[in-house]
Design a protein around this ligand. Sequence first.
Ligand code: ADP
Length: 195
Amino acid sequence: MYNIILFGPPGSGKGTQAGLLVDKHNFLHISTGDMFREELSRNTPLGKEARSYMDAGHLVPDEVTIAMLRKRVDQHPDVPGIIFDGFPRTDPQAAELNDLMRERDSQINALILLDVEVDTIVTRILGRGATSGRADDLKEDVIRTRYENFVNYTSPVYDFYDELGLAHRVDGSLTPEEVSREIDAIIGRESKDSL
Ligand code: ADP
């Protein structure tokens, strides 16, 4: 298996790049944000619990997120690889993912940071908010809170993978095509070692 973490602040293009990778490699795409939104749209207890955190731009508690993620991974034992999009977002989530991969005799092969500065993020997300239907894309203060949560809680996860030699940085302000080419170069190089 070849497993990738797409990493970066909100609005950095993780979902777009995940879609392109799925088309090319048939990987399973797991977006915890999409999963929460699906629960929300079905008005499930999990959706109701997640809503208040999401609408305010805060992270959903680790226990809830981890249980949901683990279930989804367990449902797909035979995929060629997984793209993790929006997970892990905290150190405990990274530790859990490590355990989960080990249980499957697998591993994370690469973490790819899509690096974008905050003002670009605000502009991008407000633009997306016009059509995304997402409550958390409409208000600048909520977008800035999401960014701050990324800096405070999520960015340390980069260092965890960097120490393992698995972290890569891509300039996320490039066009989607350019970012995609950079990711292909990283994956091409990495996959020779581990496929
Ligand atoms: P974005 O990357 O644009 O912020 P996501 O769709 O990844 O959007 O996430 C939307 C919201 O869902 C987050 O602000 C957070 O409330 C919740 N969420 C998604 N993934 C996680 C996670 N791994 N841990 C905690 N909360 C999460």
